[in-house]
Write a protein of this length. Structure first.
Length: 302
């Protein structure tokens, strides 16, 4: 068989604002106080080789550094452990307070990743005996079992009282991740923005329209959506063009955020994948209030 066109991309999280450091390193320290974010995504569980991704991050603002620091660990499991990629990142994010209502954050991210292949799970045609099954050794060229490399990314965010927009560039050095020859990881570019508007004064009831665009190689993704929140309750509805309609429900307060989302596939895979499930959990500690020049701005939740 001959495949003329193939497309692939980094793991995609539906609740991208609930995994802020993965989306844009410039979110590091954006909530000032220490914060842990944990994310789980199970994509297309109805297929035989599922895609499961885990992510954990920690970040906080440090006044002595004039910015935030963050640590991000991600594990992506493909085809039930056949191919697994693990990465660990350190982020420094410099905060510039232009005035009390507008700030700019610019970040650098250094990453070390390792890609592992379980060669024992690979089967080839020349390994098959007509009666006894897979018993012979293959003459195919077996890829390396692991590949490690360094990776670098950057991001910037501008925030006002009721709006925000940002840009991130991941894999700017396009590191080699090939297990069989050289294979450069394409750079991934992300642009995102949105607002947070109170429906009635002092009602604690908000609408938050958002947009996100990503491109990696020839792969492009556009997300359009809206969040509604009232007190501790959050609901969201998104459309990922040509791919899925997304529904989200969540609970949040100062110290705790929990969200669940489900992707309803609307592409040609509809009916075969069982959609995608995603769960997010954030825990935030209390801390001393920042000085006036470190005014906290409204940030997206999920």
């Amino acid at each position: 068989m001959l495949c003329l066109i193939t497309k692939a991309q980094d793991p995609v999280f539906t609740q991208f604002y609930a995994n802020p450091l993965y989306l844009n390193p410039a979110f590091s320290g954006s909530n000032y106080c220490p914060r842990i974010c944990m994310n789980y995504r199970n994509q297309w569980p109805n297929l035989s080789g599922t895609y499961v991704t885990y992510s954990t991050s920690f970040d906080r603002f440090i006044p002595a550094f004039e910015g935030g620091i963050g640590v991000l660990v991600t594990s992506d499991d493909q085809a039930r452990g056949t191919l697994k990629t693990t990465s660990a990142s350190f982020i420094y994010n410099y905060h510039i307070q232009v005035d009390r209502n507008f700030s700019i954050k610019a970040a650098l991210q250094a990453t070390y990743f390792q890609k592992n292949l379980d060669r024992g799970r690979l089967n080839f045609g020349d390994m098959i005996d007509a009666r006894r099954g897979f018993v012979w050794n293959t003459n195919e060229i077996i890829p390396s079992q692991s590949k490690s490399n360094a990776d670098f990314s950057t991001g910037i965010i501008a925030q006002g009282r009721n709006y925000f927009f940002g840009f991130a560039a991941h894999h700017i050095t396009q590191p080699d991740e090939g297990l069989l020859g050289v294979s450069r990881l394409p750079a991934r570019f992300t642009a995102h923005g949105g607002g947070n508007f109170e429906l009635r004064e002092r009602s604690r009831e908000y609408l938050s329209p958002n947009i996100l665009f990503q491109q990696q190689g020839k792969f492009m993704q556009l997300n359009l959506g809206l969040y509604y929140s009232k007190d501790a309750f959050v609901a969201g509805l998104w459309y990922r063009t040509g791919d899925a309609v997304i529904a989200l429900v969540g609970l949040q307060n100062y110290h705790f955020k929990f969200g669940y989302s489900y992707d309803v596939t609307v592409s040609k895979l509809s009916g075969n994948t069982a959609g995608s499930h995603e769960i997010s959990l954030q825990i935030r500690w209390g801390c001393k209030k920042p000085r006036p020049r470190y005014r906290l701005e409204v940030c997206p939740s999920f």
